[in-house]
Design a protein around this ligand. Structure first.
Ligand SMILES: *[C@@H]1O[C@H](CO)[C@@H](O)[C@H](O)[C@H]1NC(C)=O
Ligand SMILES: *[C@@H]1O[C@H](CO)[C@@H](O)[C@H](O)[C@H]1NC(C)=O
Ligand SMILES: *[C@@H]1O[C@H](CO)[C@@H](O)[C@H](O)[C@H]1NC(C)=O
Ligand SMILES: *[C@@H]1O[C@H](CO)[C@@H](O)[C@H](O)[C@H]1NC(C)=O
Ligand SMILES: *[C@@H]1O[C@H](CO)[C@@H](O)[C@H](O)[C@H]1NC(C)=O
Ligand SMILES: *[C@@H]1O[C@H](CO)[C@@H](O)[C@H](O)[C@H]1NC(C)=O
Ligand SMILES: CC(=O)N[C@H]1CO[C@H](CO)[C@@H](O)[C@@H]1O
Length: 590
């Protein structure tokens, strides 16, 4: 009890200190049917927030409290996840369906309330129910609290959000249901998009191709802060702007040492903030290209196309007062896109980023309390009873697994509810710290591919420093999976190809300024080592951010022991799924 009061007191003091002008920023999200024309097809009804794609941007100052009322006017169950927000003391607002909450049912409202204290940069929000994330998503921008604390880099003249996505000419909920019934992942998207628009690469006749293209209007010599978000469901991207270069200043809302590059690599779930100076010839226009990065082997089907936007200079370079008619439009300048399998370019970008060291900011902890080795990837499992189209009755279905456990969400009671109310039979606490047998993870061993479904959770001691080796396997295929941890940022100490070797791997650790992220794209057939302090009690999920892989089990639960600490002092519980979708108030200490 004394501890509890001490913690409360500390939090109150900390929040007063860090949020002099903290405001409450309130939004109402109506999730509902939205009719949209894409790729020259007849209008299609999709599920989107407030009749827009992407959905509304949440723009706040560090320390502000965000309150979002989600009205579910769609025909589907839905929840919203605030990707990268720590949710300290507000675990109930994290959003993954059946992990921290029951789905919000059609016709119901649910209110999320959380703080942005201690976080700055670009994050995003998205549905965490079925494939709805494909169209139910938007940006979260947290700028430094006004006044004394500016950006730790030269202030840009203007900011621009570029949200990259995938588009299906189809009902994504039906696609996902089919994927479950057949045990085969969702088919590739029909197009990639930049701020909801595919660009002009689809040559459908009779329509104005320019109108399908997002326009980034710039002033010559101005500096733009591009906030790039990969909201795609299954595809990592290369991002380029012809004749322009970038200085990366942040990734996943963590500042980086300024890093100059002409190509940005961003995997699903990740964000990159980069400065771009509009220093090209103003009389021309320039393509922004978003092209796929594919690592799967044996190759899996993917959409081999590019999304385009265009950079246009104000005045097109003409001097003010020039009244002569605009010259005929030339096609924008285009830079070559990296090859789809360009592992070298991707790895250089992803492994070269380092954290910006700033006084007062936490750095990588050096002593490790808990070590885990998590071998993960795609394997096979028996078709389940509900999978009625799964090839033959005993043919296998594709199944993601971590340490040979293929994660299944509980059906009736969310994990956090079970945890907080001590309801047994919802999950087990036996997620193993290592795979059952060590083997050559980077090469297909065949017989080890079989896994089975379970809901296994690893309990971590409060305040423990946890190091996890994320080892990609090649059970049925090799691929660079983006692994996302809820509730935390982690330090990425090192990444490499092949099998992680304890001695050799540790020699490569960056223990000075490793990049901090919430999602790491683990190299295909390779590994990444992450480290974090388990100081945010709750029930958090770590999963592959290819949405096609989450429903088939590429996930695990992490339960952070709370018995030493009263972490959610007075919230009303949500009950089970039979009662949970009404409005709940969440009290916390900010
Ligand atoms: C929304 O769209 C779904 C699927 O297309 C349809 O079944 C439903 O009737 C629509 N609802 C409204 C309110 O238009
Ligand atoms: C941009 O900077 C270049 C080089 O300093 C200069 O020549 C040019 O006039 C500037 N353009 C504008 C519109 O300020
Ligand atoms: C939780 O439930 C188990 C039995 O299911 C019981 O043994 C245990 O004492 C309970 N713990 C608390 C804190 O209530
Ligand atoms: C993995 O799990 C499956 C299903 O439970 C089991 O048959 C198999 O033996 C396990 N693999 C190893 C290497 O233990
Ligand atoms: C957690 O760890 C930090 C740093 O080691 C320490 O200062 C703090 O007292 C610990 N808190 C608890 C509640 O154990
Ligand atoms: C929505 O969620 C409720 C409660 O979990 C569940 O009973 C219902 O089957 C779900 N509906 C759909 C369409 O998935
Ligand atoms: C500064 C830095 O870390 N450079 C590295 C970028 O990545 C390439 C290839 O992985 C390395 O060779 C560089 O040393």
């Amino acid at each position: 009890m004394a501890r509890c009061w001490l913690l409360l007191l500390t939090c109150v003091v900390a929040s007063v200190a860090s949020s002099g002008h903290a405001a409450v920023v309130e939004h109402t999200f109506s999730v509902g049917n939205f009719s949209i024309r894409q790729l020259c097809k007849p209008p299609m009804v999709i599920t989107a927030v407030n009749n827009q794609l992407p959905g509304p941007t949440i723009y706040v100052h560090e320390g502000d409290t965000v309150v979002v009322h989600v009205d579910n006017n769609s025909p589907y169950n839905v929840t919203v996840h605030w990707h990268g927000i720590f949710q300290r003391g507000t675990q109930w607002a994290d959003g993954p369906e059946m992990v921290t909450q029951c789905p919000i049912r059609p016709g119901r409202r649910y209110t999320y309330r959380f703080s942005t204290a201690g976080q700055e940069g670009t994050l995003w929000w998205h549905a965490h129910s079925s494939l709805l994330r494909a169209t139910v998503h938007g940006a979260v921008v947290i700028v430094p609290s006004s006044g004394d604390r500016p950006f730790p880099f030269p202030s840009p003249d203007k900011e621009e959000i570029l949200l990259l996505g995938e588009w299906w000419n189809d009902d994504v909920v039906r696609l996902e249901r089919d994927a479950f019934l057949t045990g085969v992942p969702v088919r590739p998207a029909d197009a990639y998009t930049i701020n909801g628009k595919p660009g002009d690469v689809f040559k459908c006749s009779g329509s104005n191709r320019e109108s399908e293209m997002y326009k980034l209007k710039v002033q010559a010599n101005s500096t733009y802060l591009l906030r790039i978000i990969n909201a795609a469901v299954n595809t990592p991207f290369f991002f380029k702007v012809a004749a322009h270069t970038f200085t990366v200043v942040a990734a996943d809302a963590s500042y980086t040492t300024p890093y100059k590059t002409d190509v940005i690599v961003v995997s699903p779930g990740q964000t990159v903030d980069a400065l771009m100076v509009a220093a090209a010839t103003p009389s021309r226009r320039y393509y922004v290209t978003v092209s796929p990065y594919q690592t799967s082997f044996p190759p899996q089907p993917f959409r081999d196309t590019v999304a385009t936007a265009v950079v246009e200079y104000a005045d097109g370079g003409g001097s003010a007062g020039n009244t002569s008619p605009a010259p005929p439009r030339r096609r924008p300048v285009r830079a070559p896109t990296p090859k789809v399998h360009d592992v070298g370019t991707a790895h250089r970008f992803l492994s070269n980023l380092t954290a910006l060291l700033r006084p007062g900011q936490p750095t990588v902890p050096l002593a490790v309390d808990t070590r885990m080795f998590v071998a993960f990837g795609l394997g096979l499992a028996d078709c389940r009873p509900g999978q009625t189209k799964c090839r033959r009755s005993h043919a296998p279905a594709l199944a993601g697994s971590m340490n040979n456990a293929s994660f299944e969400l509980p059906a009736a009671v969310p994990l956090l509810t079970a945890h907080s109310e001590n309801i047994s039979g919802v999950y087990t606490r036996d997620f193993p710290d290592a795979p059952p047998v060590p083997f050559d993870f980077a090469r297909p061993p065949g017989r080890l591919a079989f896994t089975s479904k379970s809901t296994k959770v690893r309990t971590l001691r409060y305040n423990a420093t946890v190091e996890v080796v994320l080892q990609n396997t090649a059970l049925v295929a090799r691929e660079s999976h983006p692994i996302h941890l809820h509730g935390f940022n982690f330090f990425v100490l090192a990444q490499g190809f092949g099998n992680f070797e304890e001695g050799e791997g540790a020699k490569q650790y960056n223990l000075v300024n490793p990049q901090e992220r919430n999602t790491v794209a683990v190299p295909a057939g390779g590994w990444a080592v992450i480290r974090f302090v388990a100081n945010n009690p709750g029930m958090w999920i770590m999963h592959c951010h290819f949405d096609a892989h989450l429903p088939i089990g590429l996930a695990m639960g992490l339960r952070f022991r709370t018995d030493q600490l009263q972490i959610v002092p007075c919230h009303h519980h949500q009950g089970t799924c039979l009662t949970a979708d009404s409005l709940i108030e969440i009290f916390s200490f900010f």
